[in-house]
Design a protein around this ligand. Sequence first.
Ligand code: DSN
Length: 420
Amino acid sequence: MSALSQRDPEIARIVEAERVRQVETLEMIASENYASAAVLEVTGSVFTNKYAEGYPGKRYYAGNQHSDDLETVAIERAKELFGADHANVQPTSGAEANMAAYFATVEPGATIMGLSLDQGGHLTHGSPVNFSGRLYNFVPYTVDRESEMLDMAAVRQLAIDSKPKLIVAGYTAYPRKIDFAAFAEVAKEVGALLMVDMSHIAGLVAAGEHMSPVPHANLVTSTTHKTLRGPRGGMILCRAELADAVDKAVFPGTQGGPHLHSIGGKAVAFGEALQPDFKRYARQIVENAAALAEALQAGGFRLVSGGTDNHLILADCNSVGISGLKAQNALQGAGIITNKNTIPYDTRSPFVGSGLRIGTPALTSRGMGPEEMRRVAGWILRVVKDPDGDGVREGVRQEVAEFAREFPVPGITDVQLAAV
Ligand code: DSN
């Protein structure tokens, strides 16, 4: 019996139920993944007990000799993995990494350009309900109405007209490659700094499956738990000249004590991503997304921008006659976990959305390939074409649960499976 189930059976039951859910459903939220057992082990380790305000060698409290070793390994591995001059591994999330990146580079009130949230950007890229939109003068750019892709000529013109101090690239619901070199050219032309939030594609970047922003951007923020497959958390990579400003912006600028247990998990994940099989993993994510996209299109789904180059697909649910919310909920009932999303120039509210964002990182971590993606596409199509059909949903849920159990989830063993 585990310490948790002895001490707190109520919470132990909830954790076990979540373990079962993660094994028996198909996790297709593009930003989610499964951390390895090694990452989970350090994340649940004694480092959760320690305060370590400051940086290695310069801490405010005593007893940090091992914290220094841990954080130094994480920093060095992050620098090696991404070829960065400097890495700060303390941000506890992507949002906090972005907040510190703004603090490090611009004053409140400064003009910043970012892709608007409803077009695939992020809350922290200038949404009016977020600190970013409240503290800074965000000028949103958009994707092209026809191609639904970035239009660098339009980005350049907006930059010339609005004279931003900072341009933000990197998105949460953009299925295509991003030309960071072109963004750097625009930034240079207008005298702005370039910040890239590579949270979604960090694993693809690490593996060479997407152009790296590091040589092109002044600073790069990221989460560590998406395609990178680490613990929940964030980081900032930057050029040497911004290192001091970034470190000060993280601590004491926006955070107190770092989460050492998570920093340990980041170190392990960076180490895993430096191994050759991570390259194969990242390539498989992209191949799986392409196979899924093709099968969904063949079944009648319109995909925003006509396809995908990365780990995610944005399906237009109008093409199958329902909203994103309806599709999300029907699929959840069938054991397929996705999220509703707005599509560019959406006419529905963000709470309903016309899009469904579907990603392949987590299923790829379970060892699935293109053949499995085609089966999954078949289930998705069956459900979205009959979203109110209880029989269809229940039938698919049973097939999905049996299928899913054949693919072990990294980091999850000895789960007490529910009867299908
Ligand atoms: N929640 C993340 C995503 O799903 O993309 C972004 O913060």
